[in-house]
Design a protein around this ligand. Sequence first.
Ligand SMILES: [Zn+2]
Length: 327
Amino acid sequence: MAVGDSVIREQLLFRRERLQAAMPAAPTQARLAQLLEEVDTALTRLDDGMFGLCATCHDPIEPDRLAADPLVQYCLDHLTPDQRRALQMDLDLASHIQRGFLPERGVNTAGWEVHYHYEPAHAVSGDYCDVLRAGPDGLFFLVGDVSGKGVSASILMAQLHAIFRSLTSDHLPVDELVARANRIFCESTLAAYYATLVCGRVDRSGRLELCNAGHCPPLLVRGSEVTKIEATGLPVGLFCGGYYSAKSLQLSAGDMLFLYTDGLSEARNHADSEYGEDRLAELLRARPGLSPHEVTSECLKDLAKHLGAAPKTDDLTIMALRHSGKA
Ligand SMILES: [Zn+2]
């Protein structure tokens, strides 16, 4: 998502000021002088209407790279071999750090079995996926999708992860949890960024509380009956004063909740046809009684069949939770 020129100019002028203030005290000024030159080049390019265009091919530079570093001057195709190596190392490290944010696998506790599949389209993902204990008798679960792609989206995903990890310790109802996360996320990110997400809590007795902030509707599977749980609120990050509500449902042993990101529902094959929510609901309806792990792999197989030779182009997350009814 592009950030307005005036915001960029403001950021660049701020950097310029800070560099100039730091220079007199710096032991070696060469690197600072070089950065100052890069900032001035970026300001000139902004004045000339060339900002954001590759200095070699004049095509637009990838927006997420520009958002992360307004001083970049070359598109990915025109980096020097050294720059390319450095970028690859950064991406490998970012990918490694992001994998460290993922929740434990094979959670089976508080009367619930959970399985998830998390697959970035590239090195890092803008999808958000978490499972956390909610006291001794419950679990929180979250699946979300940050606007944009690539590195900038993955940074915001890390931010959401930190916000929810700190808020879930307070035992708030899920609608209040999402409202607070929304305020913090709103105040700390650029206006152009937002995230859709589902935040839920389940407990040992089968009680489900769910808040859906503009995300793809989770599916509730009871035997061969599948129902969509539609959104109850706006995506987080759009309005600081956003209001959220939650739905409460009582689930029985064997009932399953299925969550996903649009990397599943909007996956397109070469005929430009979407996988779609209806096909997903039909798949779940036709295969009752599967475990969360089995249902996830059936879904991935069906997605692969739909895609054929077409590649996955978006980050993909799937999470399935089944109430085991066991104490
Ligand atoms: Zn280029």
